[in-house]
Design a binder for this molecule. Structure first.
Ligand SMILES: NC(=O)C1=CN([C@@H]2O[C@H](COP(=O)(O)OP(=O)(O)OC[C@H]3O[C@@H](n4cnc5c(N)ncnc54)[C@H](OP(=O)(O)O)[C@@H]3O)[C@@H](O)[C@H]2O)C=CC1
Ligand SMILES: CC(=O)C(=O)O
Ligand SMILES: [Mg+2]
Length: 422
């Protein structure tokens, strides 16, 4: 970013008031009568009802439309472990996206925990307050055990966005990119740079969508993950292959797909040059991708290029997932977000990209036209149809797979966030 853009980003966060989120009132509070309802003595009535039946919290409080965005700051975007407080702008940012795109209220919680167990205990003790918990920017391998324990201990959806949100969006974008490149997922040779939270979840979901595990080379800082390595944790070991390839140079040669979930500037033009025809490059590290799109496009004119950024075409970013996935899950009061709901979200995103693009999206990006093809493999976050398409697919899958505690909502498909209360 230029110095001017960096300053603009700081100004955006600090002016006219610090931060990006605020709390609003939903009831009148202008008279003594109102106060006697909102606070003492009236507030005692819903307290008594909730004490009788905890489900009444959904009726008398904001719980059912409230998601906690929780981080320990150990893997903030691709910036690394900067600690809990430095993650707050990202967590507030996730809250902005929840509210703007799905009408969901959220509170960011940055936890300074000395161990994964302390983190889990902290979150589990406050879990009843929320309708759902979105874990964010927690590094691997700790994130896997943290999420598993919290899912076990909580009866609300717990979802590690960097794993599953990223995987859902990546799978949808990749299915379309392969379609445009004239290739099939089961034949594609895939290189995944990174072997952390996002990478492991993305490759697992791609395999469940039809990719061949033996066609995937996953790499960490030490190179290709292969069966001869003795330093692999159980999550990396799932992707160990029987191969002689050891470096990114070895793995990328002739590959159809590069998925970067690692760090900045790690894929060189020479490496891109050695990929197969119509190479698909998802350089998803934020804020700086594994290869800059200007460099990639200057290197090959047949590249299908995506990044996690909002300022280039094909934004493969979990913003296309978590707001709408939680919307659907909350509205049917799902106890968890299961594989069926994730796969339903993949297909909704994939299919929506093949529809005509509405004018409001063109206006938002200040462009004249946009249609399914190399420069448009995935819907943009500003597409108002995401709410209806993705939340409906997720809610239906929750009902069909038996994790919903309420029926498919009668006010679905949602046209806008103004419709969420029916
Ligand atoms: N576009 C999107 O929607 C999303 C993008 N991301 C991006 O993915 C990246 C990883 O995030 P996340 O999975 O949460 O973090 P983790 O800390 O869990 O994982 C990071 C992984 O990247 C690997 N890595 C780091 N540097 C290198 C390198 N030089 N060469 C090879 N591998 C490297 C690490 O290797 P090792 O295991 O050896 O330490 C580790 O496996 C970030 O840049 C993040 O911004 C994440 C989520 C969503
Ligand atoms: C987008 C996101 O969640 C990340 O880069 O961590
Ligand atoms: Mg993240």
């Amino acid at each position: 970013m230029t110095d001017a853009k960096k300053q603009a980003a700081l100004d955006y966060h600090s002016q006219p008031i610090p931060g990006k989120l605020s709390v609003e009132l939903t009831k009148p509070t202008d008279s003594a009568k109102h106060l006697a309802l909102a606070y003492s003595p009236g507030v005692a009535e819903p307290c008594r009802e909730i004490a009788k039946d905890p489900e009444n919290a959904y009726l008398y409080t904001g719980k059912g439309n409230l998601v906690a965005v929780v981080s320990d700051g150990s893997a903030i975007l691709g910036l690394g472990n900067l600690g809990p407080l430095a993650s707050k702008p990202v967590m507030e940012g996730k809250g902005v996206l929840f509210k703007k795109f799905a009408g969901i209220n959220s509170v960011d919680i940055e936890v300074d925990a000395e161990s994964p167990q302390a983190f889990v205990d902290t979150v589990a003790r406050i879990a009843d307050t929320w309708g759902g918990i979105n874990l964010e920017d927690i590094k691997a391998p700790e994130c896997f055990e943290i999420e598993r324990s919290l899912i076990e201990r909580c009866n609300i959806p717990v979802f590690h966005d960097d794993q599953h949100g990223t995987a859902i969006v990546t799978a949808a974008g990749l299915l379309n990119a392969l379609d445009i490149a004239g290739k099939a997922l089961q034949d594609a040779r895939i290189v995944c740079l990174g072997a952390g939270a996002a990478a492991v979840a993305c490759m697992k979901l791609l395999v469940s969508c039809g990719a061949k595990a033996e066609h995937i080379d996953m790499l960490d800082r030490k190179g290709v993950i292969h069966g001869g390595r003795e330093d692999l944790n159980q999550y990396k070991a799932m992707f160990a292959t029987d191969t002689d390839r050891r470096t990114l140079d070895d793995a990328i040669d002739g590959a159809d797909v590069f998925v970067g979930l690692s760090g900045p500037n790690l894929l060189s033009p020479e490496q891109l040059q050695s990929m197969a025809s119509n190479p698909i490059v998802f350089a998803c590290s934020n804020p700086d991708p594994e290869i800059h799109p200007d460099v990639a496009n200057a290197t090959r004119d047949d590249v299908i290029m995506a990044t996690g950024r909002s300022d280039y075409p094909n934004q493969v970013n979990n913003v296309l997932g978590f707001p709408f996935i939680f919307r659907g899950a909350l509205d049917v009061r799902a106890t968890r977000i299961n594989e069926e709901m994730k796969v339903a979200a993949v297909h909704a995103l994939k299919d929506l990209a093949r529809e005509e693009v509405p004018q409001v999206v063109l206006d938002g990006y200040e462009i004249e036209s946009l249609s399914y093809g190399r420069g448009y493999i995935i819907p943009t976050p500003l597409d108002p149809r995401l709410l209806g398409w993705v939340a409906s697919a997720v809610a239906q899958a929750a009902v069909d797979s038996g994790v919903a505690r309420k029926p498919y909502p009668s006010n679905y498909p949602l046209q806008s966030v103004d419709d969420i209360y029916g």
